[in-house]
Design a protein around this ligand. Structure first.
Ligand code: SDX
Length: 444
């Protein structure tokens, strides 16, 4: 196969392919599409029909699955923009619901737009009273991600008046319901696991504050959320809100491309996020730091992380896109220091261990050569632990935050006139045609 760019002006790439079947060389000119930022793309939509060849890209390391205006990442420079705004500025200056509005609508809301949006979200914070019984079907020691996954998937059985994705109004109501109810569902999963009564959302509290209230208040005494903790959680939610076409967002888009209802799409995203290579890494980081236990054991674990025969990886390190410091990790590292100081956590051993591990790893030739830096999950777990969140709830909070990104991306996909059901192909390397014979050694 030969390929060459015809010329920059034509924005065409000329491809000549010798497919596996008779027919000789097939030539095709493929358009090159340019975005406002980031790499150009080779538009291969007609490749198969004209050359009988597929592309092959397991893990989609070189594949753009869609066109999007929501989030831009420059992995080499460690840049993350939401609708053009740097993540550092949004985390410093906005509330989580302002960022949610920005992701969904494309602009920072005016005061009036913001108040309307907050009212719409607040209106939906309670869950159907019968959903409370739904929790009773789970064991008390069930992982809260399993509970969240089950409950969110079940929402389509309760809110069937907002399932028609062709109806813009129903899409908006379902979106508001999901954003509003995720904190309530998350807090209920926590309360259920510790055998405490569920707490109803308080409509006079902010989004992060309400989540903390529902997790830690009890009916027996007034409960005031620590503003330091609420501010830290607000930043953590913003930093986890959206991240381009990551695994769980791609799962939501693929699920949505079949016309599945929004509750089912978000449940699919939750399932994917749970993996330790993805959103489950924050819990895995804490477990890893606890396993390391002391800085004297760091070299042992660095050695294991570099050993190809050892499945152990340094959790919270490395990223498919960032080959530089994850900008979210930089913000979280600062927030971590601030929160621990403000909460009088001096010399928190896990933070000291994490900083020592980061220092040693970043000086190690293996990590330098493979461009493995701390990612968003490396510090988030330490902050969450410091503000009293149980380790098993870390990914649940990641899912609460990422729901606004999943919804923004899902809405963009639904509104994209070129979108169609996602249906990748394959490189088949299995048996060629053969026939079943009664004498076959496998019997029936
Ligand atoms: C998130 O995509 C997103 O945007 C995700 C996310 C989001 O906001 O949605 O940013 C959230 O998922 C962050 C990542 C959290 N996961 C972890 O921290 C788990 C540990 N990290 C690794 O599992 C890994 O780095 C991944 C999964 C994150 C990325 O894997 P890639 O891109 O497939 O990279 P790779 O596996 O091809 O690694 C390249 C090389 C390999 O060595 P070689 O085969 O080239 O010899 O780097 C090595 C890997 O073995 N490597 C690591 C490593 N990560 C990669 N070696 C040791 N420890 C690690 N953490």
């Amino acid at each position: 196969m030969t390929a060459r760019f015809l010329d920059e002006d034509n924005d065409l790439a000329h491809l000549e392919v010798i497919p596996g079947r008779p027919g000789g060389v097939k030539a095709v000119d493929l358009p090159i599409l340019h975005g406002t930022m980031g790499p150009a793309v080779l538009d291969i939509r007609k490749l198969y029909s004209e050359t009988d060849c597929f592309t092959y890209d397991p893990g989609y390391t070189s594949t753009a699955s869609c066109e999007s205006k929501i989030t831009f990442i420059d992995g080499e420079k460690g840049i993350l923009l939401h609708r053009g705004y740097p993540i550092e500025e949004l985390a410093e200056n906005c509330s989580f619901l302002q960022v949610a509005y920005l992701l969904m609508e494309g602009e920072i809301p005016t005061e009036e737009e913001y108040q309307t949006f907050v009212k719409n979200i607040t209106f939906h914070t309670m869950v159907h009273e019968q959903l409370r019984d739904f929790y009773r079907g789970f064991r008390r020691d069930a992982h809260p991600m399993a509970v969240m996954l089950g409950v969110v998937g079940a929402l389509s059985a309760f809110y069937y008046d907002s399932l028609d994705i062709r109806d813009q109004r129903q899409r908006m109501i379902a979106s508001h319901r999901l954003i509003a109810k995720m904190p309530t569902i998350a807090a209920m999963a926590h309360k259920y696991s510790i055998g405490q009564p569920f707490m109803y959302p308080q409509n006079d509290l902010g989004y992060a504050e309400n989540l903390l209230y529902m997790m830690f208040a009890t009916p027996t005494a007034p409960f005031k959320v620590n503003p330091v903790v609420a501010r830290a959680l607000n930043k953590i939610l913003i930093l986890h809100a959206d991240h381009e076409q990551n695994a769980s967002t791609s799962t939501v888009r693929l699920t949505g491309s079949s016309g599945a209802n929004p509750f089912a799409c978000i449940a699919a995203g939750i399932a994917c996020l749970w993996g330790p290579a993805h959103g489950g890494a924050n819990e895995a980081v804490l477990n890893m730091l606890t396993q390391i236990g002391h800085k004297d054991r760091i070299p042992e674990f660095i050695k294991r992380a570099k050993d190809k025969n050892d499945p152990f990886r340094l959790m919270g390190f490395g990223h498919r896109v960032y080959k530089h410091y994850d900008p979210r990790a930089s913000v979280l590292r600062k927030v971590c220091q601030e929160v621990l100081e403000e909460l009088d956590y001096h010399g928190e051993p896990l933070l000291e261990l994490a900083k020592e591990l980061e220092k040693i790893a970043l000086e190690d030739p293996y990590f330098i050569e493979k461009k493995l830096y701390p990612n968003v999950d490396f510090y988030s777990g330490i902050i969450l632990k410091a503000i009293g969140i149980p380790t098993c709830m870390f990914t649940v909070l990641f899912a609460v935050a990422r729901t606004v990104g999943w919804i923004a991306q899902w809405m963009e996909m639904i509104g994209d006139p070129s979108q169609k059901i996602g249906r990748p192909r394959q490189l088949y390397t299995g048996h060629t045609l053969r026939h079943y014979r009664l004498s076959s050694p496998r019997g029936v």
